[in-house]
Ligand binder design. Structure first.
Ligand SMILES: [Zn+2]
Length: 210
């Protein structure tokens, strides 16, 4: 086992600023701990701004490197690029089920499969700790392992279900719901919330239907 050489850091440093395709529409604080990485990954796409930071294999490699998930000079093949984008979109779909408060076996299975390429192993710390590390030899599988570890940490911390994606038309923005009821639905009430109300209003007024 050559875990020492292949492990990647599990905890997300507070100093790292992950690039996103836009600003948080609701001006919410980012998700806590390593869940911030997952939130930023989902928000590398802004459909509204027509901006995708993972748009090409080179752009995706650059983002993963800046996030500390991929060593410099590790290009992505087109299949690896597709795998990374699939992880992002599978996460977004699960976050939508968090927003809707419903169980969705297909969405859960899709994300489980998207993460299944990585190999995680517990690393025993001489100081008495145990942490999950990614033990893959392939750089991209290690990067996806870093994503899987962040999700596992959030699951253990009980924060995973509060990371949601906005159901607004062409939105899907990921936001962290800190509300007491944990029932926030929109990235921003002023934007997607208001648009949804307007749409509902239009649908009830036959003369306004287009
Ligand atoms: Zn939205």
């Amino acid at each position: 086992m050559r875990i020492g050489r292949y492990h990647i850091k599990m905890s997300v440093s507070n100093d790292v600023v992950f690039a996103t395709a836009g600003r948080d529409p609701g001006s919410r604080a980012p998700a806590p701990g390593s869940l911030r990485l997952i939130q930023a990954l989902v928000n590398t796409l802004s459909v509204e701004a027509e901006r995708d930071l993972l748009g090409t294999a080179a752009e995706a490699a650059g983002w993963l490197q800046a996030a500390g998930l991929l060593p410099a000079g590790s290009p992505l093949t087109s299949a690896e690029h597709r795998a990374v984008v699939e992880v992002r979109e599978a996460i977004r779909q699960v976050l939508a089920t968090h927003t809707a408060g419903r169980e969705d076996a297909a969405a859960a299975r899709r994300l489980t499969w998207a993460l299944a390429c990585c190999r995680l192993t517990p690393a025993i710390d001489p100081a008495g700790g145990v942490r999950l590390v990614s033990a893959d030899h392939e750089p991209v599988a290690r990067a996806i392992g870093g994503v899987a570890i962040a999700i596992a940490e959030a699951g253990a911390a009980g924060t995973w279900a509060r990371l949601k994606s906005c159901p607004g038309h062409l939105c899907g923005w990921a936001f962290y719901d800190r509300s007491a009821s944990a029932r926030a639905r929109w990235c921003s009430m002023q934007l997607c919330g208001a648009r949804s109300k307007m749409r509902t209003y239009r649908d009830r007024q036959p003369s306004l239907r287009r």
